[in-house]
Design a protein around this ligand. Structure first.
Ligand code: DC
Length: 220
């Protein structure tokens, strides 16, 4: 049976960690849509000194973004170059909300995302999956946590990758990204009416995964 799961929520809510595990457990193809916006942002930074709207639209125009899901990890390619780790830097995070606010960028990536979900069972995570990309998803989850907890998680993740960041910087970046993602005109981040709210503050990854598996199994 085909199962389509949509997970949305703000930065650092644990979406990708949890989504990967749920997808593996239920044998769904995992599609990380944030990685696709990050891929465009990476290309903008590589090709330009200044990040302008024009530069973003030019970079997005004929970009080829591909995701390959292998052994529990999503590999990301831009025009054939692997950028899996390069798209996770604070520099990319800082400009990605601007990239994601532009209509032509969203139209292009949303079309690609819908095509990726056409065949087979998928679990897609992002900001507008339940509200816009896959409005008919079988299960919609809105995953969130307090700003403080999300900043702590993101700072730990970045430090583990060798980035020298302070908690207050990460918290400021996350708060700015929340604001930009929730207040943008096109497909802003919001909970779909039929999405189930899961607040992960104070919960372990195992607890959140268990909760989501129960919700998905209930719909299958
Ligand atoms: O989940 P993430 O932090 O990798 O997402 C990167 C950015 O991309 C985030 O600031 C918002 C944007 N995004 C979006 O606008 N729509 C999506 N479906 C996924 C991500």
């Amino acid at each position: 049976m085909k199962l389509v799961v949509a997970i949305d929520g703000p930065a650092g809510a644990g979406k990708s960690t949890v989504a990967k595990r749920v997808a593996r457990n239920l044998e769904l193809t995992y599609i990380d849509t944030g990685a696709m916006y990050r891929a465009v942002a990476w290309k903008v930074l590589r090709e330009n000194k200044e990040v302008t709207e024009e530069a973003i639209l030019a970079a997005a125009k004929d970009i080829d973004v591909a995701l390959e899901y292998r052994e529990g990890k999503t590999h990301v390619f831009v025009d054939g170059t692997e950028v899996t780790d390069a798209i996770r830097t604070p520099e990319v995070s800082r400009i990605v909300s601007l990239v994601a606010s532009l209509g032509p960028v969203r139209e292009k990536l949303v079309e690609l995302q819908r095509r990726m979900a056409e065949n087979g069972s998928v679990l897609m995570d992002g900001r507008d999956i339940g509200t816009n990309v896959l409005p008919k998803a079988d299960v919609k989850i809105y995953l969130t946590a307090s700003v403080e907890e999300r900043a702590r998680r993101r700072a730990k993740e970045l430090r583990e990758k060798g980035h020298d960041v302070t908690l207050s910087d990460v918290e400021r970046d996350i708060a700015a990204r929340d604001k930009a993602d929730m207040e943008r005109e096109i497909s802003p981040l919001r909970q779909a009416e039929d999405a189930i709210l899961v607040d992960t503050t104070g919960l372990t990854i195992d607890e959140v995964v268990a909760k989501l598996l129960t919700l998905c199994r209930g719909a299958a």
